[in-house]
Design a protein around this ligand. Sequence first.
Ligand code: WQD
Length: 341
Amino acid sequence: MKATVLVSGGAGFIGSHVTVELVQAGYDVVIADNMSNCDETNYRGVCSILGKELPFVRMDFCDKEAVRNLFAKYPIDAVIHFAAFKAVGESVTNPLKYYSNNLESFINLLEVAVEKGGCNVLFSSSATVYGEPEKLPVTEESPRMPATSSYGNTKQMCEDILRDSVAAYPGIKGIALRYFNPIGAHPSALIGELPRGVPNNLVPFITQTAAGIRECLSIFGDDYPTPDGTCQRDYIDIVDLAKAHVAAVTRMLKDKMEAGYEIFNVGTGRPVSVMELVKAFEKVNHLKLNYRIAPRRPGDVTAIWADPAKANEKLGWKAERSIEETLESAWAWEKHIRNIK
Ligand code: WQD
């Protein structure tokens, strides 16, 4: 029998790509989303890619009764939890919104999982937990640094909540995946990132600038101690990232875990600077971007990239798409949603 995976936040950017890969790998998927930060575009895109409708429940994980009803209705073998607020800046000005939503939803999920006698729980964490690393690349053993935003703090707290729950409640198993910088879109261009308002993240800002929606990209700082003076990140293709989830869920369901709670970095291991990324985008898509050098953005770390060896070895997963393919897919998606030929 097929195992059923619940994807909370499954209508969002990462959740929609993960849903596609899970179904293509043979899992049944139930999507649950409150649609607070997205519309139906990605859900529709997922259904067209797969050629079928998937069960979709519009609900809020802060509503514990709704979570109970969901677990009563579907035979859930594993949960991938994406449902959370994710705007770093807003989390600094409105921390309580982030603590109440991101913690309560996850605690509700775990409480209901405990009531049901257990579940495999995959939590979507972030490389933000490493802060400004002293040694690069970062491994899973690298120290977590005090969070610089409430958003980042909720990631650290949820990791700890999962770790402690695994230790305390029989039947709960957990994996935290620490994502580096997910970018790009599905090769079909039917699903992708849909930021509301002015994008905070680099690649959506680039594609919107290329589309003429933003006048000029600001490159935040060119005086960092890096080869070209701009910050370095580990940009991970969204489809590669999605495949890491399939590998992690399969590891849990096949009882291959070496401990009840495991952590994996999900990155390429390859640092790319902001300037390199901009140049690669221009080259692969045959266009010129309007950009300027602007002051540093407060809170940015100079450089971070992953040591993905643990995921390579234990999950049998490796990032495969080149940065060029990824940047092509990001532009194809922007053109698709803006009706640009
Ligand atoms: C990447 C680089 C910027 C925009 C953030 C969160 C993290 C995670 C992913 C999400 C940096 C530069 C950016 C622009 C620029 N969380 N930049 N001009 O900051 O590495 O990570 O997003 O849910 O927790 O902190 O990603 O894409 O914002 O920035 O020059 O207009 O691009 O300075 O060096 P970041 P990013």
